[in-house]
Write a new protein. Structure first.
Length: 246
């Protein structure tokens, strides 16, 4: 499984693409016309990029362009407004789904953190490619694979050497932040398990020892520790496919 397949943004109607759909979302959710600069601030894009998307939306007749009426000196602003609240612009309520599932696990599982960690481990094994038999993956290569996967998911990871037998991966962005704040025990345990499962599938000489969530408002720390790789048979008997044959 390529993790990219699971993290692709919804293209929106008629292939608008994620950024253009977000611009249209902003306009459809606004009761007043907006200038390009305000839209850029809300979606976190450069104003020139937003103007490019606005021009395309105007050409597609999804957005109307008007000039601000003003009785004061100065150049009037160009404003944009969605023409209709008709078809949705590609918004998908994945956050609502995440909230529902996380709250259900937290309420129904007698040990929600343990259950969430197990689910994360299974998916961590699934989201990486098992190395060929008898090939050893060193700590540096395993860390690169882990960082690359976390980057694909959207964690903005940074590997840091701490100068001893351990290391850290700094996660500068949580793509599930809102749900994690409300259901930390479940969501953060899934993330920990995902890292552990990926490293286990690689039979790596390192493991994710623990995850410290929100040590700063936008920073989580995953702590790595060295361990001896297990033998080939033991390393593979807990793979995703083996787990589901039991």
């Amino acid at each position: 499984m390529d993790v990219h397949d699971l993290t692709q943004p919804d293209p929106g109607p008629s292939g608008l693409g994620d950024s253009r759909a977000r611009v249209l979302d902003i306009l459809q959710g606004s009761e007043q016309p907006l200038a390009a600069g305000e839209i850029a601030r809300r979606v976190g894009l450069h104003p020139n990029t937003v103007r490019f998307h606005l021009d395309a939306l105007v050409a597609s007749e999804l957005v109307a362009r008007t000039v601000e009426e003003r009785d004061q000196p100065g150049r009037p602003r160009v404003l944009y407004q969605a023409r209709s609240r008709g078809p949705a612009s590609g918004r998908r309520s994945y956050r609502l789904l995440a909230e529902i599932l996380a709250s259900y696990v937290a309420a129904q599982e007698p040990q929600p953190a343990q259950a969430a960690t197990h689910a994360g481990r299974v998916w961590g094994r699934y989201l990486t490619e098992r190395p060929p038999p008898f090939r050893r993956v060193d700590a540096e290569s395993a860390t690169r694979r882990l960082v690359a996967t976390l980057d694909e998911i959207g964690f903005a990871p940074e590997a840091v050497t701490t100068g001893d037998e351990e290391g850290q991966i700094r996660l500068h962005h949580c793509p599930f932040r809102e749900t994690a704040v409300a259901h930390r025990e479940v969501v953060c345990s899934i993330h920990l398990g995902l890292m552990q499962g990926l490293l286990a599938e690689l039979n790596a000489p390192i493991d994710t020892d623990r995850l410290e969530p929100f040590v700063q408002p936008h920073l989580c720390l995953a702590h790595l520790r060295r361990r001896e790789p297990v033998d080939e048979q033991t390393a593979h008997e807990g793979s995703f496919y083996d787990l589901h044959r039991k």
